[in-house]
Design a protein around this ligand. Structure first.
Ligand SMILES: NC(=O)c1ccc[n+]([C@@H]2O[C@H](COP(=O)([O-])OP(=O)(O)OC[C@H]3O[C@@H](n4cnc5c(N)ncnc54)[C@H](OP(=O)(O)O)[C@@H]3O)[C@@H](O)[C@H]2O)c1
Length: 323
């Protein structure tokens, strides 16, 4: 597995979500701007967003906000961070040029700072003929010098191998793949296979939802109210059956004066993956940065691995994942 040199990415799905569920521009923008700036100044070096974050009238809003925030940073700083988006292979984005216009629009919203374009998911399950066309289209954007890096997302080991080979034939590398990975994702052979492909080919494995949408951060005996109905349902289902695991996170954290979130993020890093954490406020940014200052011992990692294997409940799997 590639050495996890740089640590934690800064995901913004939560923002997209927030736009759908009652976003208040004046107050939220100021808070998000400070959160973003603290995260970048603190050393988080990957910003992950998607053109589909922020739906309906707010489509692309996450990218727009990030683009605005980036205007405050000097070029020297911008050169050190990677701005990555995910383009959704919607059914109307057809053929080799299907993502070209989407790329242009995302890059415009991100004020020309887009460095890595990721295919949000493979169309293999429902439109297999599209898959190769779309990846070749991303290859064209790379060859024409519009993007520096190509990434994948929600792609199982077979499709990862296939897409990797397709680009390799053109001398293009896949930089990263992002999959759901946390102490609450079910251990699977497919995931091991993906990690092997990543190891063999120097592909970065990015872990999304590394805190299981925040469940792993909840202290034992607490059941917080969350911001959305769906998240509330998930918390109600998963919290009661994860108390032992969360107690262990809390105990390990005490030794390092660290939060449960930090322990959960460091468990992800101990698996050679780079967590992309959904940070909502400055104190969460500070916490994610603090997680980079220490690592789990082998024994602590193994005890968490064991809990994961025997955990009676898991996060739902993403239906977009291909074989
Ligand atoms: N490729 C894909 O299909 C895909 C899918 C999902 C996500 N992603 C990416 O992964 C990123 C992160 O995933 P995610 O937001 O789904 O899940 P996550 O990172 O597991 O959880 C995010 C939630 O955890 C809580 N949190 C964060 N830091 C915390 C801290 N230090 N202490 C306590 N609570 C903390 C926040 O909850 P509160 O809001 O309650 O404060 C936040 O909303 C996204 O932003 C996106 O970029 C990609």
């Amino acid at each position: 597995m590639i050495k996890n040199r740089v640590g934690i990415g800064f995901g913004t799905w939560a923002w997209g979500n927030k736009f759908v569920w009652g976003y208040k521009a004046e107050t939220d923008d100021i808070l998000l701007k400070k959160t973003f700036s603290d995260a970048i100044e603190g050393g988080l070096d990957l910003v992950d967003t998607a053109d589909s974050y922020g739906t309906g009238k707010l489509f692309g809003q996450s990218e727009t906000l990030i683009g605005d925030f980036l205007e405050e940073f000097p070029i020297t700083k911008l050169k050190k961070i990677t701005i990555a988006t995910k383009l959704a292979p919607f059914p109307w984005r057809i053929g080799r040029n299907g993502l070209k216009q989407a790329f242009k629009e995302s890059n415009k919203r991100l004020k020309g700072n887009l460095k890595r374009v990721q295919l949000h998911w493979s169309t293999y399950r429902y439109a297999p003929w599209q898959e190769e066309q779309l990846i070749n289209g991303l290859g064209d954007l790379y060859e024409d010098g519009f993007i520096e890096e190509i990434g994948l997302s929600n792609t199982g080991p077979k499709r990862l191998n296939f897409l990797y080979q397709k680009l390799k034939e053109r001398g293009i590398k896949i930089k990263s793949i992002q999959m759901q990975f946390s102490l609450l994702t079910k251990p699977s052979l497919a995931d091991e296979k993906i990690k092997n492909v990543c190891n063999e080919n120097n592909i970065e494995y990015l872990a999304y939802s590394p805190l299981a949408l925040g469940i792993l951060t909840v202290p034992v005996n607490k059941s917080p109210k969350t911001s959305t109905f769906i998240r509330n349902q998930l918390f109600r289902k998963l919290l009661p059956k994860t108390s032992e695991l969360r107690a262990l996170l809390g105990n390990i954290g005490k030794k390092y004066s660290a939060s449960q979130a930090q322990v959960a993020l460091n468990w992800v890093r101990s698996h050679g993956a780079k967590p992309i954490v959904g940070i909502r406020n400055p104190s969460q940014a500070k916490d994610a940065i603090a997680a980079l200052n220490w690592t789990l011992t082998k024994k602590e990692k193994e005890s968490l691995d064991l809990y994961r294997e025997h955990c009676p409940i898991n996060m739902p799997t993403n239906p977009f994942i291909s074989p």
